[in-house]
Design a binder for this molecule. Structure first.
Ligand code: KG4
Ligand code: ZN
Length: 345
């Protein structure tokens, strides 16, 4: 198999999105995501419902990815899948599907870490999007994680700081829930924030040492603020929705940017890449643009479709492992995750 012509199917099913993508080397040919409306009425992801929905979606989603890419499954060189972190039942659906298909086609199976995928999404070849060079700092912000990672190689990553409680996506979603907005509330807060005054209301930022984060205190502060205000005026939220959203978003972005500034200072690394669902947020994107101009950082923001959970990001990790970790060139080695996954079939 030529190093320069790898067709890879990638599968992502760690939470509530069933996703499949086809990559030709580092280029994405198709990127299909099926969301799950079923969780909306519960205000959060219900794990048992998520795994059942994955079971319903996985076959049509993979078919659609192959069809859009114009690829037959027999052309595939390997299959990559998310092995974790994520919801156990959800992960199992993608894992079992990927394993069975790889076994049926007799091609390698590559396990991918979801958080690594959010970071390495920056290495997808995409016109108009530059790739960071090593070393760089990655801020991974999603519904499950908030981490600052020092990346010195594709698979050399050191977590410098992370949340001690809620993830930043949860801070967005839980604040939205308090305001009566449907799940997931992050994108809605972003939308309303654009119309409001970020300094209208002040929320205290948590005091956490080093590069770690905490968001649970902010959520409680917003709840107390909400309870106090609606006692005075039951229509407080509808009258001030945009300003409240803008103020919450502003506080969250300040918390993230404060820590990033410390990380840049501590490491001397001025290349900063963001990833994960919350990197779709227009406030964090704007804050990074400002940091480029004012602080001389070089920042990397993924294309919107590679920010929230998707399989293209899993595919790029699969491709890099396939070609860079020695599987394709050196064969099986003890530390080779490709080999391990293949042997565990
Ligand atoms: O990476 P992701 O799709 O799934 C996880 O791995 O968690 O991230 C989902 C999170 C949710 O909390 C969602 O509200 C948040 O990303 N999110 C946003 C925006 N778009 C998605 N948060 C703020 N602003 C957005 N525009
Ligand atoms: Zn994610």
């Amino acid at each position: 198999m030529s190093k320069n012509s790898t067709y890879l199917l990638a599968i992502e099913s760690s939470c509530d999105d069933t996703a499949a993508a086809i990559l030709h080397n580092d280029t994405v040919l198709s990127n299909v995501v099926a969301g799950q409306e079923v969780h909306k009425k519960y205000g959060g992801v219900v794990p048992e419902l998520a795994s059942r929905a994955h079971q319903q979606h996985i076959v049509p989603v993979v078919h659609e990815a192959l069809r859009t890419a114009g690829i037959d499954k027999n052309q595939l060189s390997a299959i990559a899948f998310t092995s974790g972190p994520g919801l156990m039942g959800s992960l199992l659906v993608g894992t079992s599907f990927a394993k069975s298909l790889a076994m049926g086609l007799n091609i390698p199976l590559i396990d991918v870490n979801h958080m690594q995928a959010h970071i390495l999404a920056h290495f997808i070849a995409e016109e108009g999007y530059g790739k960071p060079t090593f070393p760089f700092l990655a801020l991974t912000i999603s519904g499950g994680h908030t981490q600052i990672v020092k990346v010195t190689g594709y698979f050399e990553m050191e977590i410098l700081g992370q949340t001690l409680d809620d993830a930043v996506g949860e801070a967005f979603d839980k604040s939205a829930k308090i305001l009566g907005l449907p799940y997931p509330g992050g994108p809605l807060i972003d939308k309303y924030a654009a119309l409001g005054n970020p300094k209208a209301f002040k929320f205290t930022k948590p005091k956490v040492g080093g590069l770690d984060f905490s968001f649970s205190g902010l959520k409680t502060a917003i709840l107390y603020f909400y309870q106090a205000e609606i006692k005075k005026d039951p229509d407080f939220v509808s009258k001030n929705r945009n300003d409240i959203c803008a103020s919450i978003q502003y506080t969250i972005i300040q918390i993230l940017m404060d820590k990033l500034r410390i990380a840049v200072k501590q490491t001397g690394i001025k290349q900063v890449a963001i990833g994960g669902g919350v990197s779709a947020n227009s406030g964090i994107r704007k804050a990074l643009q400002d940091a480029e101009q004012k602080l001389g950082w070089e920042t990397f923001v993924p294309k919107l479709e590679y920010t929230t959970d998707n399989a293209a990001m899993v595919g790029i990790v699969g491709y890099l492992k396939f070609n860079e970790s020695g599987f394709n060139q050196k064969g099986y080695t003890e530390n080779n995750t490709v080999a391990k996954a293949r042997l565990s079939l």
